[in-house]
Design a protein around this ligand. Structure first.
Ligand SMILES: *[C@@H]1O[C@H](CO)[C@@H](O)[C@H](O)[C@H]1NC(C)=O
Ligand SMILES: *[C@@H]1O[C@H](CO)[C@@H](O)[C@H](O)[C@H]1NC(C)=O
Ligand SMILES: *[C@@H]1O[C@H](CO)[C@@H](O)[C@H](O)[C@H]1NC(C)=O
Ligand SMILES: *[C@@H]1O[C@H](CO)[C@@H](O)[C@H](O)[C@H]1NC(C)=O
Ligand SMILES: *[C@@H]1O[C@H](CO)[C@@H](O)[C@H](O)[C@H]1NC(C)=O
Length: 658
């Protein structure tokens, strides 16, 4: 069973250990501790102490790195005997049945792996087979760890109990723990007769200047695009006619790729467990249109204009009693743009974007964006919107059935524009290979009218292809990856930041199940043939991957916000559940005195890939995430994130699918 070429790094070390016998885990425990402390000291003194934001020796400069991805044996793998299979499980199976299960069990472990900051915490909160922890606590306040007689190799058990007594933050010991302001909310999960227990969301009633007013001024929302038509239909945009038979008759819209702000907020109105009582809330939603806000001022406005609404928002939030419950750590908001628009590094007028994500209050909140930063812990990636927004489960099933049966005459295809200004871009080679291969199809995007701007032409090509090439554009991610999966086309990624380290809530961790990874350097330095690489994959494996992609469709799309699917969990549902899991776990950590002092934010992308109980170590993808060096003169080879964002919007007008 060939899955990837030998040159492709193995993902095994991330996921092996699942079946590892226990005694060998005990054996590596000592080694593990030593190595762990080694890594820790290294970071404290060398990386952080050096005040340089480069993770220098872990990840060498991309351009100077050995072209062959090095597979480092990593001893720091799963030591967790209560390993929980990740959300692959949920995804693998027929969506309908599985999704029903998920919907019935709010504590389903499907999102246990998403937590960037909680990796040192062990598994007890998410064991699927056991009673939820909080239920054990209701009768007696004995800490959870003490009840876990089965968890003999849990390295956290000891320290956790010791730390408890000196947890000054809450000043709580023993029975005082009951007084924590979120205890009432946690206890709703114990109420068996409350189907929303543990899942309530409180939505802040923001002044209209933070949301609705922006829709009224839709002309001003983008310099390039008149967003007014795209804010219609609850953010889905104008309906798409099915004249060419590419779409289905219902549920298709010309959705703008930056419309998630409003789609998500409207979708929240359909959430079945909204509460007006914030003391019951598992999470608090802030319906600020952060993406629309910054889009208004990205071009030609001074930084005080760009920052104004963000500062106004955090000022408003911090005056609310809800903020005090957890210092905002239970708050989340959504911006349908890439994170780099909200990460201005300095107060210089020429720097890009606003500084929302660097504000102290925003560091406590979770912001959902369509592309997150690999090096930061307060943003999380959610899917770009596609053109499909079903309002009934039957529409989803019908679409999946059709995508399964299609005849795909092209082996691979690409829709996009070259990046002639970027010498590191592999798009030129990809375009050449598409042009020169009989098995490849190209939809070239250039200035002016082109088929590349037509949803129907794009979707038709994706539906006729087995594989869809998804190289980076100016930033790591593209909407096109989601359009292609919607068409049942297996995505081919060239950088792990284009999907694998981004959409960890929505996509299986084992990326070989649904995609092909060809490292950029295979093209850049070795000029490999994509056709050859892809045609080596056995047909039965292609079929399995395609089925996986098609089974993923429901959780990658946003259902019509004006209705609600009964059995499918869509991208919104998956995201909200992941946020609830994150906040719930943080609350339990506070109760139990666990802290995450050892967390190294620069390695956020790595934590997001870990299984429960794993620790960060050397990773095969380190070379892909050597940090761009802001303010370094010759950083052009390592195009800085801000530059990427700027270029990305330069291309916004001409390359809508990019
Ligand atoms: C449990 O939930 C039910 C249904 O929402 C509610 O009527 C009841 O008051 C709850 N019980 C407690 C103890 O909160
Ligand atoms: C920023 O621009 C706005 C209007 O464009 C102007 O009113 C304001 O004075 C400017 N602020 C600064 C600090 O230049
Ligand atoms: C962020 O959270 C921490 C700890 O919960 C708290 O001490 C701090 O005040 C919060 N920051 C803001 C701006 O509220
Ligand atoms: C990942 O998925 C592939 C394809 O389904 C499978 O062969 C492989 O064993 C999986 N890897 C792990 C570590 O689970
Ligand atoms: C890459 O290979 C193709 C043939 O597969 C060849 O036409 C092309 O010139 C090569 N490009 C470079 C830069 O070597």
């Amino acid at each position: 069973m060939r899955r990837r070429s030998p040159a492709t790094p193995s993902s095994d070390h991330m996921e092996r250990g699942v079946n590892k016998p226990q005694h060998s885990r005990l054996c590596v425990l000592g080694l593990l501790c030593a190595f762990f402390w080694g890594v820790l000291f290294y970071f404290h003194f060398v990386v952080i102490g050096g005040r340089s934001f480069q993770v220098t020796s872990i990840s060498s400069d991309f351009s100077s790195h050995d072209p062959l991805p090095v597979i480092h044996p990593n001893p720091l793998v799963d030591i967790n005997i209560n390993h929980v299979e990740n959300n692959d499980d949920v995804i693998n199976n027929k969506p309908q049945i599985r999704d029903l299960n998920v919907a019935k069990n709010p504590r389903n472990p499907q999102s246990v792996n998403e937590q960037k900051s909680d990796h040192f915490v062990t598994d007890q909160l998410v064991k699927p087979q056991t009673e939820p922890v909080i239920e054990q606590k209701s009768d007696n306040l004995v800490p959870v760890n003490e009840q876990k007689s089965d968890n003999l190799v849990n390295p956290e058990s000891e320290p956790v109990i010791e730390q408890k007594s000196d947890n000054g933050d809450n000043g709580d010991n023993g029975d005082n723990r009951k007084e924590l302001p979120f205890m009432k909310a946690l206890r709703t999960a114990e109420n068996k007769s409350d189907p929303c227990g543990g899942r309530y969301v409180y939505v802040h009633d923001l002044p209209s200047r933070f949301n609705e007013d922006m829709l009224k001024q839709c002309r001003s929302l983008s310099k390039w695009t008149n967003m007014c038509k795209f804010t219609t239909n609850a953010g889905l945009g104008p309906p798409l006619e099915n004249t060419e038979g590419v779409f289905s008759d219902n549920g298709w819209y010309a959705t703008n790729q930056f419309a998630v702000d409003v789609i998500f907020s409207n979708r929240m109105k359909q959430y079945e467990c909204l509460t007006k009582d914030s003391s019951l809330a598992a999470a608090i939603f802030v319906p600020f249109y952060a993406g629309f806000d910054i889009a208004r001022y990205l071009w030609g406005y001074n930084i005080s204009m760009r920052d104004a609404a963000s500062l106004d928002l955090v000022d408003w939030l911090q005056k609310r009693p809800e903020w005090g419950i957890m210092g905002g750590k239970d708050h989340f908001l959504v911006a349908g743009r890439i994170t780099w628009d909200f990460r201005r590094l300095s107060e210089e007028e020429t720097d890009w974007g606003n500084k929302l994500l660097f504000l102290p209050a925003a560091k406590n909140m979770s912001m959902l964006v369509v592309e997150s930063s690999p090096w930061n812990a307060n943003d999380f990636a959610i899917p770009y919107p596609t053109y499909f927004h079903p309002s009934k489960d039957s529409e989803v099933f019908a679409w999946q059935d059709r995508m399964m049966r299609l005849d795909r005459k092209w082996l691979f295809c690409f829709a996009g524009a070259p990046r002639p200004d970027n010498p590191k871009s592999i798009r030129g080679q990809i375009i050449d290979q598409c042009k020169n291969s009989n098995a490849g199809k190209l939809l070239e995007c250039d200035l002016g009218e082109s088929k590349c701007h037509s949803p129907s032409s794009i979707m038709q090509m994706f539906q006729s292809s087995a594989f869809c090439l998804q190289p980076q554009g100016d930033s790591y991610t593209r909407r096109s990856a989601f359009d292609s999966m919607l068409a049942g086309c297996i995505p081919v990624f060239f950088h792990p930041g284009s999907a694998y380290t981004q959409y960890t809530w929505h996509l299986p961790k084992n990326y070989t199940k649904y995609s092909v990874f060809i490292p950029e350097d295979d093209l850049r330095k070795r000029n490999i043939s994509i056709e050859e690489r892809l045609s080596q994959i056995p047909p039965e494996q292609v079929k399995m991957m395609r089925e996986e992609v098609i089974n993923l469709i429901p959780r990658l799309i946003y259902a019509d916000p004006r209705s609600k699917l009964d059995s499918h969990k869509d991208a919104f549902d998956v995201s909200v559940q992941a946020i609830i899991n994150k906040v719930t776990r943080l609350r339990k950590d506070i109760i139990e005195g666990r802290t995450d002092d050892d967390f190294i934010e620069e390695l956020s992308w790595k934590y997001a890939l870990l299984d429960e109980g794993e620790y960060v170590g050397v990773h095969e993808w380190d070379p892909f995430f050597s940090k761009p060096k802001p303010n370094v003169a010759n950083s052009d080879s390592d195009s800085s994130a801000a530059e990427a964002a700027k270029n990305s919007w330069k291309n916004e007008q001409r390359d809508h699918s990019s």
